[in-house]
Design a protein. Structure first.
Length: 77
């Protein structure tokens, strides 16, 4: 089993309990969590050339990940 960097629980270690609670009780948050995980995994695969992509596409994916992290930060604050 591989480990992708930038996992949500690692990005917000002090909010792990809240993340897990929301993931189990809030369907919208659970979908955001799932979408973040999928995007993050796609970025890791692109960066490691498992599924190579153009630099522009990779940069766009990273920007989307940052926007998602900002959304999580707002929710978890």
């Amino acid at each position: 089993m591989s480990h992708d960097p930038h996992q949500l629980l690692e990005e917000f270690p002090d909010k792990a309990e809240k993340i897990l609670r929301l993931k189990g009780s809030d369907p919208k948050f659970a979908e955001m969590f799932r979408a973040y995980h999928v995007l993050n995994h796609e970025i890791v695969e692109a960066e490691t050339d498992v599924h190579p992509t153009s630099d522009d596409i990779l940069e766009d994916m990273k920007k989307k990940r940052l926007k998602m992290l900002d959304s999580f930060a707002s929710i978890l604050a």
